[in-house]
Design a protein around this ligand. Sequence first.
Ligand SMILES: *Cc1c(COP(=O)(O)O)cnc(C)c1O
Length: 339
Amino acid sequence: MESIDWSNLSFGYMPTDYNVRCTYKDGKWGDITVTSSQTFEIHMAATCLHYGQEAFEGMKAFRGKDGKIRIFRMDENAARLQSSCRGIMMPELPTEKFNEAILTVVKKNERFVPPYESGASLYIRPLLIGTSAQVGVKPAKEYLFIVFVSPVGPYFKEGFKPTPMVILRQYDRAAPLGTGRYKVGGNYAASLVSGEKAHAMGYSAVLYLDAKEKKYIDECGPANFFGIRGNSYITPKSTSILPSITNKSLMQLAEDMGMTVEVRQVPEEELATFDEAGACGTAAVISPIARIDDLDENKSYVFSKDGKPGPICEKLYHKLRAIQYGDEPDTHHWVTIVE
Ligand SMILES: *Cc1c(COP(=O)(O)O)cnc(C)c1O
């Protein structure tokens, strides 16, 4: 067996030993199967290829100091995948099946779960696609659920550091009553052009405004937004943002810390009043925001002048990671230990 250089992992795909699959046929889900193949054959008229019947999830497993493997908020990912399925007319995968698939793929690839000291983790990618042939616009009759895993390095290689983000008013990611609230591939296709443009200009991500009025903060390409003002944690309410499980967890931790949590529309001008701002999601937990430039309006909102994250971002980040790695007690029952 080749050895893995745990300290130099990136956030990319590394092949592992196994992935798990489950098919939906004749109105029901079959048994979970384990395979070493990294590919599959698919009908050229499959609905996932033409009409975007694809939903996915992103989650992580962590190895603790005690050597145990912990999976964070698995039931929440199962529920969100079910919501995405309802959103694009795919059959819901039952929570028990989802959990069985996740536990199986993690156990089978145990040797790829990075050691505690590395600060790395095992990224888990479930996806569900329509596979049967369809030419007219209609949902498929058959589906495939796959879960693969890949060890990933710590998101912040040079430490936990704020980065600049940008508002690009000529692009939208999702419509107010469209699919923004579902974790579907189509939303990502819609964000690629603006995302690449932002990267080329030296920004880490686009911060999208609401598509209808261009007045309120929506979210970043792959992460929710939050602002900190005094003792308040403020995060946008919108029908076009994906309900982040990291955001939900941070709201709980902020409340535990005695902060006030506000979930409501956040007008862009309010950015000027925030002491700190961040993007949150599974990949990084929190990406502190150094500055947001609204290029078309010639405005700039600065949250970090010294290149350091604010104290609340720092505290929330360390608290959540400590729970994920098992360094602090799991008082909210967020963690599943893989036995
Ligand atoms: C996955 C995702 C997030 C982050 O969700 P987490 O559950 O915290 O990982 C945020 N926004 C979008 C658009 C996403 O797809």
